[in-house]
Design a protein around this ligand. Structure first.
Ligand code: ADP
Ligand code: MG
Length: 238
């Protein structure tokens, strides 16, 4: 696991500035939740960390390493999306195993990792099924399993629970919190659900129009909002 430092991160699409100089530092083991209205630049910021798109300015550091020019596969991160992005023709086991095979992890070690992770996520009984035979919640567990086996330096989650119904969202939230505590993982997690943010975060970053409004603990942003936008967005008492 590693710390993450974003220094003056900028992203422009054509003439549109989508990220306007974002500065965020988190420690090894932090759970950073990025919140803000739709279109404020949350997914774009994750893509800058993951290397899925070119950065227009500034630097991204994972641990002590500047990763601006590293390919996503060289950054040692794992990403979980809202849409799961599972391979439909592969079994659950193959979905989890695939990335490990690509990196040449031997079969014995793969089997051990898959057993550990599927026990942790309680999906052992689903390993032979195809994604089409799973519920939304089960698919999301598999997507998390695929990220967990890679044991990355940083986990990136982009609204992973927003396709689930309310009850399941609460269950998965509890589970993600438990996994974070158990793995001592460094996580950057995007949501537009304020309750989810307050429950999961060790640090919250609130964005608006590509500008960071405040970075702080859940208590800080709730009790001592930096401006009216933060107070309104986080539902702070006035
Ligand atoms: P969020 O995840 O907070 O909802 P996004 O990061 O997806 O926001 O998008 C931020 C802004 O950048 C939006 O206005 C969006 O339309 C724009 N944007 C995102 N991706 C592209 C792209 N590939 N080309 C042009 N504009 C984009
Ligand atoms: Mg988004």
């Amino acid at each position: 696991m590693a710390s993450l430092t974003l220094d003056n991160v900028q992203k422009t699409f054509g003439h549109t500035e989508v990220l306007r100089g974002i500065n965020i530092g988190i420690e090894d083991g932090d759970f950073l939740v990025l919140v803000g209205p739709s279109g404020c630049g949350k997914s774009t910021l994750l893509n800058m960390i993951a290397g899925l798109d070119d950065i227009s300015g500034g630097t991204v550091m994972i641990g002590e390493e500047q990763v601006n020019h590293l390919h996503p596969s060289e950054r040692d991160i794992a990403m979980v999306f809202q849409s799961y992005a599972l391979y439909p023709n592969m079994s659950v086991e193959q979905n989890i195993s695939f990335g490990l095979e690509m990196r040449g992890v031997p079969k014995e070690k793969r089997d051990k990792l898959i057993a550990d992770v599927s026990a942790m996520l309680q999906i052992e009984h689903l390993l032979k099924r195809k994604p089409g035979q799973l519920s939304g919640g089960q698919r999301q567990r598999v997507a998390m399993g695929r990220a967990l086996v890679r044991d990355p330096k940083i986990f990136l989650f982009d609204e992973p629970l927003s396709n689930l119904d309310a009850k399941l969202r609460v269950d998965m939230r509890t589970e993600i919190k438990r996994l974070h505590q158990r793995l001592k993982a460094t996580i950057v997690y995007v949501t537009h659900d304020q309750i989810e943010a307050m429950t999961l975060a060790t640090k919250i970053a609130i964005m608006k129009d590509g500008v960071l409004q405040q970075l702080g603990s859940p208590e800080q942003v709730y009790d001592d909002p930096a401006n009216v936008f933060v107070a309104t967005f986080m539902g702070s008492p006035s």
